[in-house]
Design a protein around this ligand. Structure first.
Ligand SMILES: Cc1ncc(COP(=O)(O)O)c(C=O)c1O
Length: 490
C-alpha cells in the first residue's frame, strides 16, 4: 500500500517511552513551530499517519494536537486537516532570534550605587578591648531570657502564629511608648512606634521612604558611616556637616539648598561624643519646619548617661511632625538580637507599616513577645541600671589606666555618656602607628580617619584620632589591654 508522503519529516522526533508521550510530542512540535522548521500554514499529518510514523497510539497524537490547538499553535479547517497557525509567525520571529546582549552587563541603579557603599565586614570574634559599638554582653541575663523564650514557645498564642501587624507586636510597641515617655520625655502614641530589625533598618527605611534620587542629605562629619551609606544607597547626595563642641553645626544647613533630610545623633554624637546643644536643637527643628525637611534622630546609646540630665530629644521638642526617632536594643541587650524601633510622625505610620509589610511582612514574633515580657516584668529596667553601672566602671578603668602621656595623642576627654570615647592624634601617620602597634599586641583601636566622608575638607592630619569602645569587656581585660599597650607603645 502506498503512503501519502508526510508534509514534514517526523524522523527527528525522539520520544522516550518511559515518560508521557503526548507531552513530549506536544513539546517537540511546539519547538519546531517556534523554531521555524514548521512554517505558518504548513499542513500537519493526519493523526493516524503521524501515530504510525512515530510508532505511538493515535490517542497520543490527538492529545498533543489538542493541546497545540488550545494554545493557538495550530488551526484547523473543517474537512481539510490541521495547519500551523499564522499566529505562530509572530511568536517564532521573537523566539528564533536570541535576545540582543548588551555590551556591558545591565545593572540596576542600586547595584551601581552599592559599588561605593560597602560596609567593612563585621568582626566575628569574641569582644576585645577596645571594640566600639558593643555593650557588656557578659552581663546579659541569659537565664531569664531563656526562661521567657521557653514560656512563650511552650504555649504560643495561636492567634499570633499567622501573619502579624507589620508595625510590630502591639504590646511591645505600647511598652516602648511608655518607656520613651518615662525615660526620655518623648510622648507618643504606641501606633507611631514601628518595630524594626535594629536601628540600621530604621535608618534605611527612612532613606527609602523620605529620599528621592539626587536629594541632599546632611550627615554629621565625622559620623556614623553606616547611616550615610544607607542614604547614599537610596540615591542621596551626602553633605558632610562639621561637628564642633556644640555638635552638628546647623549654620551650615543654610548653604545646602537641595537638602531634604538631616541625620543626627544628638544625645551622644557618633563618634566624637559631643551632645547637641539646645540652641542647635532648636535651629535644626526650625530648619526642618521651614524647609519641610526631615530629621532622623538616632538615639542609639541614650541609656548610657553618667552625669547630668539628658536634653530632651528632638522628637520631644518637635511641633511640626518633622522628626523620626530611631532607637535600638543593640546597646542594652546585644546587636545580634536585631531589634530596634522607629517613632514616626502620625502622618507617616501607615506608609512605614506598608513598606515593612512589602519588605519583610513583619519581624519574627518570638523575640518581640519575649522582649515585651522582659520589659513588662521589670527585667529591662534592672538590666539598664546594671549595664550603666558596668559601663561607668569600665570607662573609669580605661580613663584611670591610660598611659599618662602618649606622644602625639591628646589626653583622654571627660566622658559623661555613651560606650566609647574619641581623642585627637597629631597626624594620620601617628594614628596609623598607634593603631598598628596596638593590633600587634591584640588590642583593637579604631582610627578616627575612618569616620569621615571621602573628600572631607582639611588635611588627613586634621582628621586623625582614635576611637575607643570601653564597655565590651571587663575591667580586668581593660587593665591587661592597657598594660600591653604601654609596652607596645614604649
Ligand atoms: C550611631 C549608631 N547608630 C546605630 C547603631 C546600631 O544599630 P543597630 O541597632 O542596627 O545595631 C550604631 C552601632 O554601633 C551606631 O553607632
Amino acid at each position: 500500500m502506498s503512503r501519502t508522503p508526510l508534509p514534514f519529516d517526523p524522523s527527528g522526533i525522539q520520544l522516550d517511552r518511559r515518560q508521557g508521550l503526548s507531552r513530549q510530542l506536544y513539546q517537540a512540535l511546539r519547538e519546531r513551530i517556534l523554531g521555524g522548521q514548521l512554517g505558518s500554514l504548513v499542513r500537519l499529518p493526519a493523526t493516524r499517519d503521524l501515530a504510525e510514523a512515530l510508532g505511538v497510539s493515535r490517542n497520543t497524537v490527538v492529545r498533543a494536537y489538542d493541546q497545540l490547538y488550545a494554545e493557538g499553535y495550530l488551526q484547523g479547517r473543517i474537512g481539510d486537516g490541521t495547519y500551523v497557525a499564522e499566529l505562530a509567525t509572530k511568536a517564532r520571529s521573537k523566539a528564533s532570534h536570541p535576545p540582543v546582549k548588551p555590551s556591558a552587563p545591565a545593572q540596576s541603579n542600586l547595584l551601581q550605587r552599592l559599588q561605593t557603599e560597602y560596609l567593612p565586614p563585621p568582626r566575628l570574634d569574641a569582644p576585645r578591648a577596645f571594640r566600639v559599638g558593643i555593650p557588656a554582653f557578659d552581663l546579659f541575663p541569659f537565664e531569664t531570657w531563656a526562661r521567657l523564650q521557653a514560656n512563650f514557645w511552650r504555649h504560643p498564642p495561636m492567634a499570633s502564629l499567622g501573619y502579624a501587624d507589620a508595625a510590630g507586636d502591639p504590646q511591645l510597641r505600647e511598652l516602648i511608648a511608655a518607656y520613651l515617655r518615662n525615660s526620655r520625655g518623648l510622648v507618643c502614641d504606641p501606633g507611631q512606634v514601628i518595630i524594626t530589625s535594629g536601628a540600621q533598618q530604621a535608618i534605611s527605611l527612612c532613606a527609602q521612604m523620605l529620599v528621592n534620587v539626587g536629594d541632599g542629605v546632611a550627615v554629621e562629619n565625622p559620623g556614623y558611616r553606616a547611616a550615610g551609606k544607607a542614604f547614599a544607597l537610596a540615591g542621596a547626595q551626602l553633605h558632610g556637616v562639621a561637628v564642633d563642641e556644640e555638635g552638628f553645626d546647623t549654620r551650615q544647613l543654610a548653604g545646602l539648598k537641595d537638602c531634604r533630610l538631616a541625620y543626627v545623633t544628638p544625645s551622644h554624637q557618633y563618634p566624637t561624643g559631643v551632645t547637641l546643644s539646645l540652641p542647635r536643637r532648636l535651629q535644626l527643628l526650625e530648619w526642618a519646619a521651614r524647609e519641610q525637611g526631615w530629621i532622623v534622630e538616632d538615639d542609639y546609646d541614650g541609656e548610657y548617661r553618667y552625669r547630668g540630665t539628658p536634653l530632651s530629644p528632638l522628637a520631644a521638642l518637635d511641633q511640626h511632625g518633622r522628626v523620626l526617632y530611631v532607637g535600638t536594643f543593640s546597646k542594652i541587650a546585644f546587636p545580634g538580637l536585631r531589634l530596634g524601633y522607629l517613632v514616626v510622625p502620625p502622618t507617616l505610620t501607615e506608609a512605614f507599616s506598608q513598606v515593612r509589610a512589602l519588605g519583610v511582612r513583619h519581624s519574627e514574633i518570638g523575640t518581640q513577645a519575649v522582649m515585651a515580657e522582659f520589659i513588662a516584668a521589670g527585667h529591662f529596667q534592672r538590666h539598664i541600671r546594671r549595664m550603666r553601672r558596668a559601663a561607668q566602671a569600665r570607662r573609669d578603668a580605661l580613663l584611670n589606666g591610660w598611659p599618662a602621656a602618649v606622644p602625639g595623642c591628646q589626653p583622654l576627654p571627660v566622658v559623661d555618656a555613651g560606650l566609647h570615647l574619641s581623642v585627637r592624634v597629631a597626624s594620620r601617620a601617628r594614628e596609623l602607628e598607634l593603631v598598628q602597634k596596638a593590633a600587634a599586641v591584640g588590642v583593637e583601636l579604631n582610627a578616627l580617619s575612618d569616620y569621615w566622608l571621602p573628600d572631607s575638607p582639611g588635611s588627613a592630619d586634621d582628621r586623625a584620632g582614635l576611637v575607643l569602645g570601653f564597655a565590651g569587656v571587663s575591667e580586668d581585660h581593660i587593665a591587661k589591654a592597657l598594660t600591653a599597650l604601654k609596652k607596645a607603645w614604649g
